[in-house]
Design a protein around this ligand. Sequence first.
Ligand code: BG6
Length: 488
Amino acid sequence: MKKMENESDIVIFGGHGDLSLRKLIPALYHLYSDEYIAKGSRVIATSRHKVSRDEHLALVREKLLYFLEPNEFSEEKWENFSSQLEVVQLDLGHKESYEALSNLLREYPERIRIYYMSTAPSFFGSACSALHYWSLITPASRVVLEKPIGRDLISSQKINDEVAEYFKESQIYRIDHYLGKDTVQNIMALRFSNMMFMPLWSNQNIDHVQITAAESVGLEGRQTYYDDYGAMRDMIQNHLLQMLCLIAMEPPCSLEANNVRDEKVKVLRSLRPFEGDDVSTKTVRARYTSGAIGTQAVKGYLEEEGVKPESMTETFAAIRVDIDNWRWNGVPFYLRSGKRMAKRNTEIIIQFKEVPYQIFPNTGHTISPNRLVISLQPDESIKMMMMTKIPELSEQMNLHEMSLELNMPKNAPRTPAAYERLLLDVVRGNPTLFMRRDEVETAWKWVDPILQAWEANEVKLKNYSAGSDGPTSAIAMIERDGRSWYEE
Ligand code: BG6
């Protein structure tokens, strides 16, 4: 793989926030140590508070020691990486306060500049306007926008308009970190480099698709944000719909960014809009009550500190999605995501149809239709569940289900974290794994009516115990269609 030759300046707005310290800086530490980012490139964190460089280094070191695996940290790598770290104090909403940043950036006017907005979206516009005020937006500058981009179509258009005043679309990188996960990228490799899947990949052979993103964690200190957003806006509108697009899209004519994004946006435009009582029969919203994750007792959502007592925010959402096009007509996609579920589990199930006629005797063994299981978390794996003969001398031929597995060998090199891949792609100037404006807006356009119906209480907010598999109404939703959630 080509390593980077050009130096860049990477500015993280909200540099002392949770995302920056937990994900971005560790990812940059790896990229820098593995020389994917050119030596001499700087990582400039901005902070609201006055912080000396020494204090900044001490904080970053402490967090790296906490978030990296023990064998990933070395004094030598730290020496090199830390020599490139800078911190500046600024108040995102006050352009006058950007002077120190401006002075630092002006030392290298030709460099690629990356402005990473790891802040609340309400600051994106003012930060871009301040960068413009100090003439810091050069042709080699790129801006990275963290999700969520808005709470609905209108607010997302407003944010996109504000940023577009200063940056061209080709300079804007909208992050959905799921797209940086290796297994998510592997969906394209699996589908478009293996001929065996192509003729099977449609309503002719596939019965339905399930996409689950279950987390055992709760709010992780992000209650102020989460209580305003909820599972639909936090996970489904972006991460789950992006996975759905990769499963459902037509083969792009190349891997060039716009060719891939054109195909994804076509899927989003084909999602069947919710009408009439669809919302009450095809969606479920719920929030967790107190319970236990393993042996640890946990509070209910409304007891969490910082959650408004009158909150109606869902921590779980399930939805049946239909895609109105030739390939997928009649194949439902069931999506679900929740916090404080029994276990962390993110997976995609492609459930094939039953064989048209059964010649094997029914000996009490169920003959299960084939299933392709793409697991993202906790472990990454791809399994094809198939029926095979039990090796025995019985008079009748008995079958059982076994899996063909595509797993990385245990001693394989470390899989890079999603943010490493994405940050490196921004440095390289490759927007393929980032969302184009029309993708984000088309997703909101489809999600908005569901959120509006929920706000109008057309679907009751259900409860589920923390540590369970979610509300029974999500089970009922899929069972009404004669199907069930796949639980291993
Ligand atoms: C983020 C959400 O985008 O994704 C979080 O805001 C969620 O609420 C996280 O916990 C899940 O990411 P991952 O990579 O741990 O599945």
